[in-house]
Write a protein of this length. Structure first.
Length: 341
């Protein structure tokens, strides 16, 4: 029953948060100047506002998409459809429903984010372990300086540098599209560089804390091989807190590929989001915003469940019943921060 109550409370909080996000997003869109009809009128070359043809086109667009209705009524119409996963037709992409666009574009963004996280883990874990085992050495300070420098560079700046170097200078890789493995290299590298720095610092800090634990000292005192103790005991337990970092990081990349997808012209959800913002495509903007928020909240919930299931100390601390709630509090009290130790 403790688990059921915990899960029910988290789901209820998730629903309330989504409603709050929808209200804020819709309000901001209503406060923004202009409308899709105005932008469409200008884009079509009909700059004479007083012409009958122009006014007729604006009226047709308002009637079609409900922009002539009060704002609260537009919001209720949209949310009624959103509950049944029906966001309605897109303004910009005529003939396509928003949910169909999300279903087509999100797998592209998810693939890009998942590959980037995998690459970041493959690079950051060895770097973090290396720095921890050589604490305060030149190698430790050097690797941490390099990864921190990489973290300071925004992904769009890294992407621009990669395009300049590999495409404009070396002519090795395509600068746009999503047609094959060659198109993935630069976007993945641009997204993975920042997470490498974050994950490497977490691995280093967690590893240093674990190496000070009594069971590690006891294993070494019993004559256990140093490499075995480090890999089988210290490293394994050091990676458990990493679950709480990788989950939100993956969700953040899935919902934060806007600049990279725009620069590389990748047909992911980030590219559609920017185009919807430029054209004031309200259904697509609202749909993608709610979907992004849902992804972040669901991943955070899954991370809480996985963390409570992985760490036996949490189950023992909470005594089984309600162990997830107690485990969350326990981890927050003792979590390792990515600081230099």
């Amino acid at each position: 029953m403790g688990f059921v109550r915990y899960l029910a409370s988290r789901v209820a909080r998730l629903v309330v948060s989504l409603i709050a996000v929808s209200i804020i997003a819709f309000t901001l869109l209503q406060l923004a100047p202009g409308s899709f009809a105005d932008i469409a009128r200008v884009s079509s070359g009909a700059t004479n506002i007083g012409s009958a043809g122009t006014e007729q086109m604006v009226t047709e667009l308002e009637n079609r998409y409900g922009e002539d209705k009060p704002a609260w009524q537009q919001y209720l119409i949209f949310m009624k459809g959103a509950i049944t996963w029906d966001f309605g037709p897109s303004y910009k992409y005529a003939g396509q429903d928003v949910q169909d666009i999300i279903a087509t574009a999100f797998p592209v963004s998810a693939t890009l984010a998942i590959i980037a996280v995998i690459i970041a883990l493959l690079i950051s874990v060895p770097i973090g372990v290396f720095a921890a085992l050589r604490k305060d050495s030149i190698g430790d300070h050097g690797t941490m300086f390099v990864v921190t420098l990489g973290h300071a560079l925004p992904s769009y700046l890294t992407a621009a540098f990669l395009i300049l170097f590999f495409t404009a200078t070396l002519h090795l890789l395509p600068s746009s599209g999503w047609d094959g493995p060659a198109n993935m290299i630069m976007p993945v590298l641009a997204l993975a560089l920042g997470p490498v720095a974050v994950l490497a610092r977490y691995v280093r800090s967690s590893m240093l804390e674990t190496l000070r634990e009594e069971y590690v000292t006891a294993a070494l005192a019993k004559g256990g091989p140093y490499s075995t103790v480090v890999i089988r005991h210290a490293l394994r337990n050091s990676l458990i807190p990493l679950v709480t970092v990788v989950g939100p990081l993956l969700a953040g990349l899935m919902t934060g590929t806007v600049f990279v997808e725009t620069l590389f012209r990748i047909p992911g959800l980030g590219l559609y989001f920017t185009q919807a913002a430029a054209s004031r495509d309200m259904p697509l903007l609202m749909g993608t915003t709610l979907f992004f928020a849902l992804i972040l909240m669901v991943v955070n919930l899954i991370v809480d469940l996985i963390y409570g299931a992985l760490d036996p100390r949490i189950r023992a601390e909470a005594g089984g019943r309600g162990f997830l709630r107690g485990g969350r509090k326990l981890w927050q009290q003792s979590k390792v921060q990515p600081t230099s130790v």
